[in-house]
Design a protein around this ligand. Sequence first.
Ligand code: UT7
Length: 311
Amino acid sequence: MNAGILGLGRYVPDRILTNYDLEKMVDTSDEWIRTRTGIQERRIAGDDIETSDMAAEAAKEALEQSKLTAEDIDLLLVATVTPDYGFPSVACLVQEKIGAVNASAMDLSAACAGFMYGMVTAKQFIETGTYKNVLVIGAEKLSKITDWKDRNTAVLFGDGAGAAVIGPVSDNKGILSFELGSDGSGAKHLYQGEKYIYMNGREVFKFAVRRMGESSLSVIEKAGLTKEDVDYLVPHQANIRIMEASRQRLDLPEEKMAKTIEKYGNTSSSTIPIALYEAVQEEKVKDNDVVVLVGFGGGLTWGAVALRLGQ
Ligand code: UT7
């Protein structure tokens, strides 16, 4: 039995914060942000919207797409570094908000690689026959842990949520292969301190370029495929220069890479499901396409999945 995507959903707050808005807040410029990161604007959730609210909205849409109901969900996983509370988990809050009364629920902490960890966890439960339908969500309200006076980080992050219902699909569809990795020795390069995000941008940049490339190639090989078989790349949207390096490693033309960074910035665990959702909506990918999803983040962590779309 293979595990694959049955439905996708996403939620982004309405409020837009542009680079020009940021120019008034910190010593930066639209030109610097655009050329160094690829970001033009990002979404910021209001005080009345918490991580679990965004997660629940994305989840509802994913359920609708999958034609399942909340009661059909056996396991609910939320990847997040910005939970509403220390506990209970965002997953339990979402369970209540959507009525997933039959699900076990827990959060997963793997920073920006969290959605990859969630998908791979879902795959294990489904392929062993333990659970049938798993709802995996990446949801972040990074604005609440962003130091709006620190230009090194304030320009990068945004809020949003993406969700996927993962369930059984036919042979040779779904998740074909995966790779997960962690390197705790790099914890010092990207973490949340007392309140805010701290980042050593250059170190994370180097790590990201190396790991994104290597793990993309590794999942292609593990799936018994070659670079030529890949139809589309969905990289974690942290920096356009990192994304471009990954695309070039796979010899893919520009139009075969998902790019939502200019609109949403880096929304950590939710960038990959949001970007995949939009690629499907905009018909940039279709059933039977081979898609590589790849992410990296604080931990340090990384993860990739090779996926054949469709059921
Ligand atoms: O989800 C994972 C999260 N993190 C990442 O993926 C981050 C990976 N790293 C990056 O994306 C890049 O390292 C950054 C975008 C964070 C920084 O770009 P960079 O090309 O590595 O710039 P830099 O840190 O080497 O800084 C270059 C210059 C510095 O000035 P000096 O020392 O050359 O005078 C910085 O002070 O740019 C300055 N700078 C800024 N200038 C205007 C740093 N941030 C800004 C800013 N506006 N916002």
